[in-house]
Ligand binder design. Structure first.
Ligand code: ADP
Ligand code: MG
Length: 733
């Protein structure tokens, strides 16, 4: 009896009410048609939760509004055809590529789908299966589509029932085909879309013609939306909405972080640049460039103001940022404060320490260094000194932050090569208790659009001029067969009193890729190629003090050639070094190549950078990307990165090209910055939306008191989704 009542009750029991979080953060595994296996495959696409699936955006849409008869297919047209699988074959070409050919037929004829080097495509088909092929048709003389999009259809499919539309095309893996991916995303939308709230006020949507969020998701995924309304134009409007969503979240997140920091007390009073600074500038054996003077003024004005400085100092490699930072630190010290300079690596921290101590030798200013490898006792002593609050300059690696050194009189933190730290962690130095002045230096010039996003909360100073007398570096791309000439060239340069770097990507054979290991090559260079010269070696596994000995010897000109891995990438400054050979250059990213190259061209002599292109697949296309080099070294390359490097020394241009090639996430390691990754927005193409989003964020923040509490809550939820719980909403002030 009781049992029966219970059962009856169940009839009226609705599903338990779940929160948006519970639904959106639940694993895709529990969606209809997805089990553990498919969930694992989806994870490879970065899709773990319902929210991830909803935000897995197509990279393009394909026009499948119409299925045409195979007979009517014309050369060069984009078509969708329907047929039954007839033949399935694979063969090897002369160049040992695998070609898979699958023919389908309808009542009017045959067409082939062709895939290169995708052996597994063969196993995707069965004879008699119903499929759609879409893509660009070619007549070769057989009718074919290379790399068609494939839709494997259920057996009960009839072309008459086909409701053609613009189909979102997603990135797929071997385990998930197009249809399966669409099903997962649609299941995620059915489950989760109603939990995604529009957080922008009606008025804002109207004023800027922004599509409501849910509608945008429906359109972009062609989900539950009238097929005839799925036009290119609507898709563009929907995409714009989601781009604005991504940018808005970042803009608002940074704004709130900034405002929150601004509420912390700021008690620092820097003095105007005084005698100490003036004397120091006079003592330099060069005069500051106009650009250096300009940014120095921007910084000192900022320091003196009764508000904390949050400034980014950017300038190309070698443009002289360090001196500017040093002047800023002297202003702090002169006013009785401590100043800290943090470097991303130990080598760089030591280098800064040396140069700064030298440059300050004529002054009374105390400089200390504290890094991970400082001995325990010394560390204790230094810490004890620092904690007394004496005005001085403290240089270190990020160990300085992590171990929470007590710096009671810290007035200025300079963070060098900022991208290794992450924008969201800037204030950790003072345990987020008080505000201090912060100067961030970056040698990766940041394209304006990226600066607006990632550094939206920083003022920017740019050194856009190189010190006078710098001679542009000449860059050559060569094949490894030509290295003998390069060695000869190095010999000549060394005989003329110069020094050289030779850089290898990896340390030894235990690394996975079969690259020329630095250690083995070091031996060869030292014993066979340059027996009469002094050759040194540094890499990541060399101990700190040994590293220092080697670097010193090179700095002092006692070592002619320095063989290294990329540990020399940042900040090393040896003006007498005029040659840099980078082996396996095709494996390096543009930013890295530019950083490496920045180690030369720092003195009064012409410098030469030789990029060795060991890429066997890089067929030398005659005339294409031809590189203007010395007559004997003329080479060409199909590698666009190497070609760009040989064309320009301009870090800003290189950064923009890099951003184009790699996309923003990879370019900057956006994950490292603590900001949510951009999934659909394009920092270069969507700059207008970026500005609009920032404007909306600024305005909503400014007038947050006039917003409905409902709206504020929704904005907070959206931000928490992106940044986690640590972010508070506009409603929390
Ligand atoms: P960055 O940190 O921007 O890569 P650095 O500050 O290391 O550049 O400066 C590179 C080199 O140029 C250093 O040897 C520095 O002493 C020198 N330098 C800096 N400013 C000038 C200048 N105005 N004129 C001549 N040399 C300069
Ligand atoms: Mg530097």
């Amino acid at each position: 009896m009781t049992k029966e009542i219970n059962q009856n009750n169940n009839v009226f029991q609705t599903e338990p009410v779940l929160s948006a979080e519970e639904v959106l953060d639940s694993s895709v595994q529990y969606l209809k048609g997805v089990g553990p296996k498919r969930a694992a495959a989806l994870l490879k696409c970065g899709v773990r939760t319902v929210w991830d699936a909803i935000n897995y955006f197509p990279y393009r849409h394909e026009d499948r509004r119409e299925i045409i008869h195979i007979r009517d297919v014309k050369n060069g047209e984009f078509v969708t055809v329907y047929g039954l699988v007839d033949t399935i074959a694979s063969k090897k070409t002369r160049s040992r590529k695998i070609i898979v050919q699958v023919s389908i037929k309808d009542a009017s004829g045959y067409i082939y789908g062709v895939w290169f080097n995708q052996r597994w495509m063969k196993d995707k088909f069965k004879k008699g299966q119903k499929v759609l092929f879409s893509g660009k048709a070619q007549v070769t003389p057989f009718l074919q589509i290379s790399n068609p999009s494939v839709e494997i259809l259920p057996d009960d499919f009839f072309p008459e029932d086909y409701e053609g539309t613009l189909i979102p095309i997603y990135r797929l893996t071997e385990e998930i085909n197009a249809l399966a991916m669409r099903k997962v995303i649609h299941a995620a939308l059915s489950r989760g879309l109603s939990f995604i709230e529009e957080y922008l006020p009606e008025k804002v949507l109207k004023q800027f013609s922004i599509m409501p969020l849910r509608e945008a998701y429906k359109i972009i995924h062609s989900f539950d939306y009238p097929a005839e309304k799925l036009t290119e134009q609507n898709i563009a409007i929907a995409r714009r909405r989601i781009v604005i969503d991504e940018f808005f979240v970042i803009a608002m997140g940074l704004l709130m972080k900034r405002r929150r920091t601004e509420q912390l007390p700021y008690k620092i009073h820097h003095k105007k640049p005084g005698e100490l600074v003036k004397k120091f500038i006079k003592s330099l054996d060069f005069t500051l460039t106009d650009a250096q003077k300009k940014v120095t003024r921007e910084i000192s004005d900022d320091l003196v103001r009764n508000k904390p400085m949050n400034r980014l100092l950017q300038g190309d490699v070698g443009s002289g940022k360090t001196i500017v930072a040093l002047i800023a630190m002297l202003i702090a010290v002169d006013g009785g404060y401590q100043a800290a300079l943090m470097a991303p690596t130990e080598v760089l921290a030591r280098q800064h320490y040396k140069t700064i101590r030298n440059q300050l030798s004529g002054t009374e200013v105390d400089v200390k260094i504290l890094t991970g490898s400082t001995k325990a006792k010394a560390k204790r002593d230094i810490r004890a000194d620092i904690s007394e609050g004496k005005p001085e300059i403290i240089i270190g690696t990020h160990a300085l932050i992590q171990t929470g050194v007590e710096m009671p009189k810290l007035g200025l933190a300079v963070i060098d090569e900022q991208h290794k730290f992450g924008v969201m962690q800037r204030n950790q130095l003072r345990g987020e208790a008080e505000q201090i002045d912060v100067l961030v230096m970056t040698a990766t010039p940041i394209p304006r659009s990226l600066a607006l996003t990632v550094y939206g909360d920083l003022s920017i100073s740019t050194i856009d001029e190189m010190p006078k007398g710098r001679i542009p570096i000449k860059t050559y791309v060569i094949r490894p067969e030509r290295l003998a000439r390069v060695w000869e060239f190095i010999r000549k340069q060394v005989n003329a009193g110069r020094q050289a770097y030779i850089v290898y990507p990896l340390i030894d054979e235990s690394d996975k890729l079969p690259l020329k290991p630095a250690v083995a090559m070091y031996k060869k260079l030292k014993e066979e190629i340059f027996p009469e010269l002094t050759v040194g070696l540094v890499h990541g596994r060399v101990k700190a003090d040994e590293k220092e000995t080697v670097m010193n010897s090179f700095r002092e000109g006692k070592t002619d050639i320095l063989v290294s891995t990329t540990v020399i990438e940042v900040g090393i400054d040896v003006p007498n070094a005029t040659v840099m050979v980078i082996e396996e250059a095709h494996r390096f990213g543009l930013a890295q190549l530019h950083q490496l190259r920045g180690r030369i061209g720092r003195g009064g002599e012409t410098s030469y950078c030789v990029l060795v292109n060991n890429d066997k697949d890089d067929r030398l296309v005659q005339g294409k990307n031809k590189i203007p080099l010395q007559q004997e070294l003329i080479e060409t390359t199909s590698n666009s990165r190497l070609a760009i490097m040989s064309e320009t020394n301009d870090g800003f241009r290189i950064a923009e090209e890099d951003l184009k090639i790699r996309g923003p996430g990879e370019f900057f390691g956006i994950e490292q910055t603590g900001l949510p990754a951009l999934k659909i927005a394009d920092l270069i193409g969507d700059e207008e939306e970026l500005r609009l989003s920032r404007h909306i964020a600024d305005t909503l923040y400014q007038y947050r008191d006039t917003l409905k509490s409902e709206t504020r809550k929704k904005i907070r939820c959206r931000l928490q989704r992106a940044f986690g719980k640590t972010i508070r909403g506009v409603d929390a002030g």
